[in-house]
Design a protein around this ligand. Structure first.
Ligand SMILES: [Zn+2]
Length: 149
């Protein structure tokens, strides 16, 4: 497992920001698999990165200190050492976003087609079901939009 797949999505995005904003200073290549760096934030954090054994990577920030957590500072260090991985991450994320949007569009069209085929009593039943089991705001929003007092 790589650094990106072990880190949370939030740490990946924050790590990408830190990398792009040049918060990673003093990147040092120890050997082919080990790096060290200092990542600037409110204070400076000392990062040790091991790409062969990602869980051995360390950072002295509150989130990662003493735990095998891949924090945003470790991710930022990883992206600084391997800029092509930062590009891969961004490309993959925008591809996923596109796929998700396409899926949502298809779903929307399917639902509209289905609704158009429904009988009035079926529509009424479905609407009541949504009010009963959907989130509260659906009901509130319906009442507001239709000026129901
Ligand atoms: Zn950290």
């Amino acid at each position: 497992m790589g650094i990106v797949s072990l880190a949370s999505a939030k740490s990946c995005w924050r790590g990408l920001d830190y990398y792009k904003e040049d918060n990673v200073v003093k990147l040092n290549k120890i050997n082919e698999v080990e790096y060290s760096s200092i990542v600037k934030e409110n204070k400076n954090y000392i990062v040790y990165l091991n790409i062969k054994h990602p869980r051995k990577s360390t950072c002295d920030c509150p989130l990662a200190k003493g735990r095998s957590v891949i924090c945003k500072h470790i991710v930022a260090t990883y992206f600084s050492a391997f800029p092509e991985e930062a590009r891969n991450f961004e490309e993959e994320q925008s591809k996923l976003q596109e796929e998700y949007e396409e899926y949502q569009d298809e779903l929307y069209e399917k639902v509209i087609r289905y609704i158009n085929k429904m009988q009035k009593n079926e529509l009424i039943e479905e609407l009541i079901h949504i009010f009963d089991y959907g989130p509260e705001w659906i009901y509130d929003d319906f009442i507001k939009r239709n000026y129901i007092e």
